[in-house]
Design a protein around this ligand. Structure first.
Ligand code: COA
Length: 260
């Protein structure tokens, strides 16, 4: 029996596809679903057979239409801080994962859904996708990192506008703003994500993980990103994959990386 009630997991050729499976509620994130996402992401970290992951939503209409409003409505002051911090912890795990995680945004990505997509390393959207942070409509603000990551991804002016007006972006606008990497017809969405992941998975895994760490360091006030990069560069230079990569180039053959 699956340990997941709100997720579907499928491992194929090293890619773990995690599908949030509450289509009748537009895949809204209740607390159980957040906990299950944490467990699924932990699998991405822990299982050597998993080389990368896709996060998506069930059905043709929504990626995730936000945190579950029925649950939010019941939050007390104490619980609400805890609620935000727990979600932020899970989304931080996604962001820091040393294996690539791509959001396949198959429809509405609102509130916590937009925040979940933004925590992933890249976003591919279907042409019917809509993005937004409509929390001010509910007397709220984002709690899962939305004010921070939206500003990082699209800049202060536009982030201010979207957060204060609750306006939604169409997929193509989101692409133009740098919020999504690609927009494709819905039936091609998962294939496009797999294609991207397969390309990344053909590279040296250790180097890919260190790229993620270094790019994240740009946004971490505690880190000196240049130092992080120099350390990571040195770490690559002592890896077996570096020897393999350089030898393969000189020998005019394809490298076989082991992630060591
Ligand atoms: N939390 C809980 N339930 C949600 C939800 C959410 N964030 N978003 C949608 N649902 C539920 C609806 O209540 C409805 O359930 P019901 O059939 O039991 O009544 C079902 O999902 C379908 O949604 P519905 O509103 O009927 O679909 P729609 O096509 O008319 O509208 C949206 C789609 C996305 C525009 C609309 O659902 C919406 O605005 N959702 C909330 C978005 C939001 O504010 N997110 C941030 C939360 S902090």
């Amino acid at each position: 029996m699956s340990i997941y009630e709100n997720l579907l997991l499928d491992l194929n050729n090293g890619i773990l596809t995690i599908t949030i499976n509450r289509a009748d509620k537009l895949n809204a994130l209740n607390i159980d679903t957040i906990r299950e996402i944490k467990n699924a992401v932990q699998q991405v970290y822990d299982e050597p057979s998993v080389k990368g992951a896709i996060l998506t939503g069930a059905g043709p209409k929504a990626f995730v239409a936000g945190a579950d409003i029925a649950e939010i409505a019941e939050l007390s002051e104490v619980n609400s801080r805890n609620f935000a911090e727990r979600g932020q912890e899970v989304f931080g795990m996604i962001e820091r994962c040393n294996k690539p995680i791509i959001a396949a945004v198959n429809g509405f990505a609102l509130g916590g859904g937009c925040e979940l997509a933004m925590a992933c390393h890249m976003r591919v959207a279907s042409d019917n996708a809509r993005f937004g942070q409509p929390e001010v409509n509910l007397g709220l603000i984002p709690g899962y990192g939305g004010t921070q990551r939206l500003t990082q991804l699209i800049g202060k002016s536009k982030a201010m506008e979207l957060l204060m007006t609750a306006d939604m972006l169409y997929a193509e606008e989101a692409r133009q703003l740098g919020l999504v990497n690609y927009v494709v017809p819905q039936e091609q969405l998962l294939n496009k994500c797999r294609e991207l992941l397969e390309k990344i998975m053909s590279k040296a895994p250790l180097a890919v993980g260190l790229v993620i760490e270094c790019v994240n360091a740009v946004y971490d006030k505690e880190e000196n990103g240049y130092q992080t990069e120099a350390n990571a560069f040195a770490r690559c230079c002592t890896s077996e994959d570096f020897i393999e990569g350089t030898n393969a180039f000189l020998e005019k053959r394809k490298p076989v990386f082991k992630g060591q």
